[in-house]
Design a binder for this molecule. Sequence first.
Ligand code: CTP
Length: 747
Amino acid sequence: MEIITSHTNADFDSLAAMVAARKIYPDAILVFSGSADASVKQYLKSNADWLKILHLSDINLKEITKIILVDTREIHRLGELGPLIEKPGIEVHVYDHHPTSYRDIVGEKNVIKPIGSAATIFVEIIRERKIPITSQEATLFCAGIYVDTGSLTFATTTAEDAEAAEWLLKQGADLQVVGEYLNRNLTEEQRNLLNALLASLEYKTMEGQSIVIASAEVEEYVEDLAVLVHRLVDRESVSAVFAVVRMGDRIYVVGRSVSPLVNVGEILVEQGGGGHHTAASACIKGTDLKKTKNELLETIDKKIRRRLTLGIEAFERPQRASILKIEDWSTVPNHVIDLLKSIGERASQASINVFVVGGFVRDLLLGVKNLDLDLVVEGDGIAFARLLADQLKGSFFSFEKFGTASVVLPDHLKIDVATARKEFYARPAALPEVAGTSLKQDLIRRDFSINGMAVKLNPPDFGQLIDFFNGQRDLQHGVLRVMHPLSFIDDPTRIFRAVRFEERYHFRMDSHTEKLLKDALREGMIKHLSMERISNEIVLILSEPNPLPAVRRMASLRILSLIHPDLKLSQKTIEIMEALPDAIAKFPSSEIERWIVYAITLLSGLNPSQTNEVLTTLRWSGKEKDKFSILLSDWRKTFQTLQSENPVKPSALSKLLEGLSPEALIFLSSPKSGHTLSRIQQYWSQLHKIDLLVTGKDLVAMGFKPGPDYSRMLEKLKAAQLDGEIKTKEEAKEFLRKSGDHEKTLD
Ligand code: CTP
């Protein structure tokens, strides 16, 4: 089955692009990966018949063989469809107009154009192939283009968008209908103001950031200027939009930004207002619109420059001090340092720059051992990885869809190689013009400043620490800081990562980061993640040496209840978790999966049916299920028996604990009460793998016929053996003979 889909919360442009894509892929089915925005929902009400759009719940995901992805190439914007993109055997075609972002999907076919609307990409193909379209289709495609280009006025609008719109008008697109959906729900005053703002747009480029300024004057106060500004924002393609409106004797300024370099909050503070990096406003007494606008422009310019110089200076004038000294590498074995040096030399021979980035650099500076080698290459990362694999005799895997590859060396050391995107896409196979530009682009899209540092491997700069974003300072101060305000929106798994890193290193998020995390939670960003990804993150948290603080933090941030409304962290659970490290230390570590011990404890307050729900939700109902089986039994009773002062015969103990996973036994042994621990240890060391004194062969020789009696008798023998009533083979045979006669009399 072929499907055409787009990002969750589909807007008009994604809807238009999906429908237009069907003209090119007529056998494909249109499927929303999640919900749709209000205007699209409204449109669907009267157009559902011909659009024929399905929801994920209407199709069988297993039948998908090809995904045509439009208006996005970011995996986390695909909801439950995300994991399918990574599945081998599913062909992916990508049609998108957004700027590159962290780990874009690369399909078997990629049509990426930096233009105003995704629908335009398809309209061009439709025109070229002379595929007929109806006036209804023309109207929809036109609406898509108008929405994403602000009716062809946004700075991102290109001649292609305008030509596509012109052609659609000739095909019968109805602008009245387009206008209706574009400006739905606005009052007449708002519509008038919006039109005035649209007519006034001024475009500025400041330090590579595209800024749009809209201005207008009205005599009466008009509500919800922010809503109008929202309409002006092509959220992904313009860096920031500001509206400056005089309403009577006051001037209102509203700003919105999608760029890490434009912090509208800090800009509008200077105008006496406030807000966040992404959205802010100010209200100024006075009527001199021009003056306010000029001051605003000056502030924007000043603030962008300040943000840029902080980072770029550090790179353009790398200081000697930023070369890592030999003792800084003390946590890295010599053979790995030699390997990194040789990778740098090979990269220089291939005329590309290579850096080791992320967790390796963070842990290097912290003096923590970490041999996860993540490399970023300014150039074609996959080709370089292939070269390394050939030269170092390693095995090679590539993930073309993400422009990444892995090399596993003969000594099992794994090297992940990524492509620093920008230049690679702009001009395939060409070298970046300015060394370091694409590295910076790569790093700024990462999660936290402490994970956004790189170390150059090329000679003669081997060991040069590149820290655009004050990662070193944050490491020293124990601060976890997002690289930019959209970090948690870009990738909500970072919510879990934040909690994990905080507790692992005893760091704290700065207040801004914590606020952004809470905003992302409040806006339900976790729902945009597939359950597989959530589950992976929980497993990572529970695999930390001491997961309790992170679990507490998840509880206080109300993340646990998002997994299951009844999942709570009770005092009892906390106590058991506190005792787990001791309990785990008493068991041979190779036999257990630590995270499962913690997961059992975490879920131990739920009843069996709630447990089943969580196991299914978190995809722990496959091969792990048996390990959790204790939670589906009456384990509290088992615990009472283990604790009791009354003697428990070895055979009874064995029956009680039989079939429980070692992880479950550790969970039971953790509260230090009564005889629990000694009984579990007795079971584990002496009872659970006892060899019977007689074998099946012996039974046959004794004249027993295989059947149900057989195992019943062996069970009895096992119990007697466990309880020390039988010690030799002869005694065992005698016992069987007697119980065989007894079984016969029973029959
Ligand atoms: N990264 C990111 N956002 C994510 C996942 C990863 O920005 N959601 C980036 C970070 O720069 C990170 C790097 O990719 O340092 C490597 O990711 P990963 O190996 O998952 O994590 P580490 O930071 O190495 O942490 P860990 O010690 O847990 O492996």
